[in-house]
Write a protein that binds this ligand. Structure first.
Ligand SMILES: NC(=O)C1=CN([C@@H]2O[C@H](COP(=O)(O)OP(=O)(O)OC[C@H]3O[C@@H](n4cnc5c(N)ncnc54)[C@H](O)[C@@H]3O)[C@@H](O)[C@H]2O)C=CC1
Ligand SMILES: CCCCC/C=C\C=C\C(=O)C/C=C\C/C=C\CCCC(=O)O
Length: 261
């Protein structure tokens, strides 16, 4: 897939993994809508991106992705401003075991909504030209970490939803590839939330165990995740693919046993 002239929307794009993805897209001459809850960080991000990549190539849209109408407006604003939509990265996520229902809303429900909105704007079913969606899960989807039961559940859910809707896209010829990316630990503000009782609730007592895991498995940098993301966006053979990124194996794909009768 050539990226020249394409338009992307990245949720949670103002910092961390999303910010690294936004920069990689801008480096490939993609126009980008940065959709994020955090007004202050989002505005700072926009100023820095304008300085580095030139004005008119990105926009910041303040949006709480858990508010369905606001998320819908963010998609429409992107299309109104840049004329089309080709790439959607449903990246925004939180770690909050205390307010675990919010974690489900942000990490799973909003990823589903973001995927359906992406299909509204890109699917051949709606007379559009096709495109690509990448949903961000986590290596937590392959573990059963006692520190983060609901976070883990949401990340399992993102994989299940993405593989199923990718099959639907293929069967119904939506022309939209839908893939999922699962990073191991990445050095972002989210990773430091494990220190806080406000995030971890009663599981905060496991924080030393968690730090032991980080030491054991290592911590990636956001540009390493952006590299995997760009591969998934550009490789037109990928639909329903589950990419893992770890310190030990780098970028690789999860494989599933075929079902037997
Ligand atoms: N940092 C890590 O170790 C790993 C992170 N991930 C996943 O990667 C994704 C990005 O995480 P990080 O960059 O680490 O987090 P981060 O906390 O650094 O950045 C997340 C961004 O999402 C935004 N956001 C949060 N709630 C939102 C909402 N309701 N509406 C709109 N924007 C919202 C935040 O304002 C922030 O800018 C998440 O889905 C996370 O679960 C996956 C594996 C490892
Ligand atoms: C333990 C509490 C974590 C709270 C959430 C904070 C960060 C989230 C991180 C992730 O999503 C990644 C979580 C787990 C997987 C990490 C590493 C597995 C590496 C496996 C390997 O290298 O083979």
């Amino acid at each position: 897939m050539s990226l020249t002239g394409k338009v992307a929307l990245v949720t949670g794009g103002a910092q961390g993994i999303g910010r690294a993805v936004v920069e990689s897209l801008l480096q490939s001459s993609v126009k980008v809508a940065v959709v994020d809850l955090n007004q202050e960080v989002g505005c700072e991000c926009k100023v820095q991106l304008d300085t580095e990549y030139g004005e008119g190539n990105c926009t910041f849209i303040q949006c709480d992705i858990t508010d369905g109408d606001t998320l819908k407006d963010a998609f429409q604003t992107t299309v109104d401003q840049f004329g089309q939509l080709d790439i959607v990265v449903n990246n925004a996520g939180i770690n909050n075991e205390k307010d675990w229902e919010k974690t489900i809303q942000v990490n799973l429900t909003s990823v589903i909504k973001g995927t359906y909105l992406a299909l509204d704007h890109m699917s051949k079913e709606h007379g559009k030209r096709g495109g690509v969606v990448i949903n961000v899960s986590s290596m937590a989807a392959f573990l059963h970490s006692p520190h983060q039961p609901v976070y883990t559940a949401t990340k399992h859910g993102v994989i299940g939803f993405t593989r199923a809707i990718a099959d639907a896209s293929s069967l119904a010829d939506y022309g939209v590839r839908i893939n999922v990316l699962c990073p191991a630990f990445v050095d972002t503000p989210l990773l430091h939330s494990v220190e806080n009782e406000a995030n971890m609730g009663k599981f905060v007592k496991f924080k030393d165990d968690f730090k032991h895991s980080m030491n054991k498995f290592g911590v990636l940098k956001p540009p390493q995740i952006a590299e995997g993301m760009m591969r998934m966006i550009m490789d037109s053979s990928l639909n329903g693919a589950v990419m893992k990124i770890t310190c030990s194996k780098g970028i690789h794909f999860h494989t599933y046993e075929p079902l037997s009768a």
